[in-house]
Design a protein around this ligand. Structure first.
Ligand SMILES: [Zn+2]
Length: 417
C-alpha cells in the first residue's frame, strides 16, 4: 500500500491523526471536536434542544449591550451557529471545525439567529430596568454660604408618567431591534438598531410636566464640583429606573478670600514702617465676625520668603470648616506685600534719622577718587537684559576687523610658531 506509518493519516484533518481499529472514514483524533460544546458549557452528546437553551442563557449573560465581552459573545454565537444545525453538528462531531467550514460554504443561517430569541414576540431580553439619565444643574454658591451652610429652595420642572404604560409591539419593549450579520465564516456581527416605532423607549405612555420645589441643603465646607443628589427625581420614562437630579456646587470667586481645600488665603499690603514696626489689621470673616490680626512684638514682615517665594504667615483654625466635621477648620493664610516708600518720601532728615536707628548702616569705604569713576543707577526693565549695545554690531564685523589688522587670532598663532 501507499500508506506510511499511520494507516489513517489520509483521513486526518490537521495531520498527525492516530487511530485504532478497522478501516473506513474515522474521526481525526487531532482535530478538536469538543471546543464548541465547551464554549456553550455542554456535553458532546447532549440533546439538540439543550444547545438552544445553553446559547440563550450565555448570549444574555455576555451580551455586549449589557456590558458583556464582545469577543466572548461572538465565540458563543459562532459555536451556536454550528451546533444548532444538526448537519453541521454531525460534521463537527466527527471531523472538527475544518470539516464544517469546508463543506458549509458559509452564508445563511446567521441572520435569523438572534431574532429567534429576541424578536418576533417569542422571547424577551432578560434584564432589569435600564437606569435613566441623571439631570445635572450647576449651582453657584458664594464662599460665605459654603462657610456658613445654607438651605435654598429651587423649583425644577420634570415630566411624570400619567396612567398605564403600554409595551411597543415592534421591539417588544426593548427599544432596540437586533440584527445579526455574518461577516466571515463562523463569525457574526451583532447590530443593534434603535426602534423607530417607539423612539427607543420600548413603551408608550402619557406624561405631564410637574413643578417640584426642592430644598437644597448646602452643607458647611462643601467644595467646588461637589454633588447634591436627589434620587429618582429626573424625568420619568416608561420601563426605566428614573435618574437623579444632581446639583453641582460651583463656588463663586470671592473678592477677599481665596480657597483651596479647607484653607483660605488673604492678601495684605503693609507699609515698610508696618513691616518693621508691627501692624494691627481688622478682618471681617466670611461669617461676619471681625478678627484682629496683629504681628508679634519685634516681628519683621519681609518683602519675600526664601528663594523669592511670597512671604506668608497663617492663623490656625480660621480657614473653612471641614465638610462633615465643621468644627475642624483649616488655616487662614496671609500673603504679605511690603510697600516701600517712594523716592520723594525720603528727605534728608528722615534718612539721617533712619540711618541712626536701623541696623547695618552702609559702611564708609575707601577708594581713590582719581582712579574710580562714580556711576548712577537708571530705571530698568529686566526684560531688556541682553539687548544692550549698538544695534547691528555682530560677530562678523568683529572677524573682519581682526583680519584687516592682523587681529588677536593670528597674533596668537605667530607667537606659537
Ligand atoms: Zn419599539
Amino acid at each position: 500500500m501507499f500508506f506510511g506509518g499511520d494507516p489513517f493519516e489520509h483521513f486526518a484533518h490537521g495531520g498527525g491523526g492516530r487511530g485504532g481499529g478497522g478501516g473506513g472514514r474515522r474521526p481525526s483524533q487531532a482535530a478538536d471536536t469538543t471546543k464548541l460544546y465547551e464554549t456553550l458549557g455542554l456535553e458532546k452528546g447532549c440533546e439538540q434542544a439543550a444547545v438552544k437553551k445553553a446559547y440563550r442563557k450565555l448570549a444574555i449573560k455576555h451580551h455586549p449591550d449589557k456590558g458583556g465581552d464582545e469577543h466572548k459573545f461572538k465565540e458563543i454565537s459562532a459555536a451556536y451557529e454550528v451546533l444548532s444545525d444538526p448537519e453541521k453538528r454531525a460534521k463537527y462531531d466527527k471531523f472538527g471545525l475544518e470539516a464544517v467550514n469546508d463543506g458549509g460554504g458559509g452564508g445563511g443561517g446567521g441572520e435569523d439567529l438572534f431574532s429567534m430569541f429576541f424578536g418576533g414576540g417569542r422571547g424577551r431580553r432578560e434584564q432589569g430596568p435600564r437606569r435613566g439619565d441623571d439631570v445635572q444643574h450647576p449651582l453657584k454658591v458664594s464662599l460665605e454660604d459654603l462657610y456658613n451652610g445654607k438651605t435654598v429652595k429651587l423649583a425644577v420642572h420634570r415630566s411624570v408618567i400619567v396612567g398605564e404604560t403600554s409595551q411597543c409591539q415592534t421591539c417588544d419593549g426593548q427599544g432596540v431591534v437586533m440584527e445579526l450579520r455574518q461577516i466571515a465564516l463562523g463569525m457574526v456581527q451583532q447590530m443593534q438598531r434603535r426602534c423607530k416605532d417607539c423612539g427607543g423607549q420600548g413603551y408608550a405612555c402619557e406624561t405631564k410636566k410637574e413643578r417640584k420645589v426642592l430644598e437644597v441643603n448646602i452643607e458647611k465646607g462643601m467644595r467646588h464640583n461637589q454633588k447634591i443628589t436627589f434620587r429618582g427625581l429626573a424625568d420619568e420614562k416608561p420601563n426605566v429606573e428614573t435618574g437623579d437630579i444632581v446639583f453641582v456646587v460651583q463656588e463663586k470667586e470671592h473678592t477677599t478670600f481665596k480657597r483651596k481645600g479647607a484653607d483660605l488665603l488673604i492678601s495684605k499690603t503693609i507699609s515698610l514702617n508696618e513691616a518693621l514696626c508691627g501692624f494691627k489689621w481688622l478682618v471681617t470673616h466670611l461669617d461676619g465676625r471681625q478678627i484682629l490680626i496683629t504681628s508679634k512684638p519685634g516681628e519683621v514682615i519681609k518683602a519675600e520668603g526664601p528663594n523669592g517665594t511670597p512671604y506668608v504667615k497663617c492663623v490656625d483654625n480660621e480657614g473653612m470648616p471641614s465638610h462633615g466635621n465643621p468644627f475642624v477648620k483649616g488655616k487662614l493664610y496671609v500673603l504679605f506685600r511690603v510697600e516701600f516708600p517712594s523716592d520723594g518720601d525720603m528727605d534728608d532728615a528722615t534718612t539721617t534719622a533712619l540711618k541712626k536707628l536701623l541696623p547695618n548702616p552702609c559702611m564708609d569705604i575707601d577708594y581713590d577718587e582719581e582712579k574710580v569713576e562714580e556711576v548712577a543707577l537708571e530705571s530698568a526693565d529686566v526684560k531688556s537684559f541682553g539687548k544692550g549695545g549698538a544695534a547691528g554690531v555682530g560677530g562678523g564685523a568683529y572677524d573682519e576687523d581682526s583680519d584687516n589688522e592682523g587681529g588677536p587670532g593670528q597674533g596668537v598663532q605667530c607667537q606659537q610658531s
